[in-house]
Design a binder for this molecule. Structure first.
Ligand code: NAD
Length: 354
């Protein structure tokens, strides 16, 4: 099988973590019938420098024709003073819109080897954590009718059947590959849009009889995430609630250098990127933790290329590297040996080749 991957290294540590991730992908695909072809595209600050705008048409066209998009990070101080149309981050919004990506998947995985990074009590996380937060990305209050006058302002929260059903399908399909449990988060005790959300999530649930569905109010979900996080498998929710809960779930796991993400639409084409930004403070110093991007690539294999075995091979190798004591600076305890970006990747690769 041949797959065309659009690669967008971006700015700051983006190119560093992407370079390492491609090494891991190549080792994963070695001696299989899978061929991964990479084409690099510009987006973000480097695109402003080279092409005069954050998201060149060539990048949009190239990503649309690919099987998946792997992105490093965009942005940096150099472009911070430009007008709002020229912000490097516009490239991300533009790509999501151009590719019709309406679902954001953010796994919050706490490796048992890194429990010291978790702000929760040890007894709450002794078995590690593995939660998938699925956020609706293109609807809800962020995109509803809005306005203001001198004394007031308003934003409208509207969700329609098709928007709810399509994100619910993403959640149930993800649950089928995981713990077969979906928690749908809303505020149905107060919001009409949440009552509609519940109705259509329940309708979709009927198509997935193996998956258990429960509903939770968002205030309770925020509390349960820190009180008893192990109860969650897949959380599905709207744009604003997802924005908040995905950050809360991420913080439970500790380092930003460990968090992957995927954005999906109606087709298998998805965009995969680490949650972190371009980290200008550490770029060019071999200090970046490449694991968030490496695990984003594993998500790409699973969700866009349907190569679950290869995804698991990479994830297991990351897990073993951590068990062997491999630590970049951001996840090391005082006194622990610190690996460079390249050395951390080597540690992952060594475990894949065993
Ligand atoms: P950031 O995520 O880049 O960095 C926050 C802190 O985390 C920094 O101290 C950084 O050194 C550290 N860090 C981040 N990734 C790391 C990694 N892989 N390994 C080790 N340490 C890591 O967030 P920021 O500093 O707020 O933003 C920097 C730039 O990135 C800004 O221009 C911002 O707009 C942009 N940004 C881009 C994205 C994206 O491309 N998706 C996301 C967030 C921020």
């Amino acid at each position: 099988m041949k797959y065309n991957i659009a690669v967008i290294p971006g700015d700051g540590i983006g190119p560093e973590v992407i370079k390492e991730t491609l090494r891991v992908l190549d080792v994963a695909a070695k001696d299989t019938d899978i061929e991964l072809n990479y084409t690099s595209y510009l987006a973000g600050g480097c695109a402003i420098d080279e092409a005069g705008l954050p998201l060149p048409q060539e990048t949009i066209d190239g990503t649309k024709e690919s099987d998946a998009v792997l992105l490093g990070a965009v942005g940096g101080d150099k472009w911070d003073t430009l007008g709002s149309d020229m912000r490097p981050e516009n490239a991300l919004l533009g790509l999501r819109a151009a590719l019709g990506l309406f679902a954001n998947l953010r796994p919050a995985v706490l490796f048992t080897q890194l429990t010291q990074a978790c702000p929760l009590k040890p007894e709450l996380i002794q078995n590690g954590l593995d939660i998938m937060v699925i956020r609706e990305l293109t609807g809800g209050i962020y995109f509803g009718d809005k306005g203001r006058d001198d004394k007031s302002g308003y934003d409208t929260l509207r969700y329609s059947d098709y928007e709810i059903k399509r994100i619910a399908h993403v959640a149930f399909k993800a649950a089928m590959k995981r713990g077969k449990k979906v928690t749908s988060v809303d505020k149905a005790n107060v919001l009409e849009s949440s009552r509609v959300w519940r109705k259509f999530v329940e309708e979709v649930a009927e198509e997935y009889p193996e998956v258990t569905l429960n509903h939770m109010y968002v205030d309770n979900a925020a509390m349960q995430l820190v009180r008893w996080p192990e109860q969650f498998d897949v959380i599905v929710t709207g744009n604003m609630f997802g924005d908040i809960l995905s950050d809360e779930a991420a913080m439970i796991t500790g380092s930003i250098g460990m968090l992957p993400s995927a954005s999906l639409g109606d087709t298998t084409l998805g965009m995969y990127e680490p949650v972190h930004g371009s980290a200008p403070d550490i770029s060019g110093q071999e200090l970046a933790n490449p694991l968030a991007t490496i695990m984003s690539a594993a998500m790409m294999l699973r969700y866009s290329l349907a190569q679950d075995d290869l995804a698991t091979k990479i994830e297991s190798a990351v897990d073993k590297a951590l068990s062997d004591g491999a630590r970049t600076k951001d996840i090391a305890l005082p006194g622990e040996k610190i690996l460079s970006t390249t050395q951390m990747t080597n540690a992952v690769i060594a475990n894949m080749e065993k």
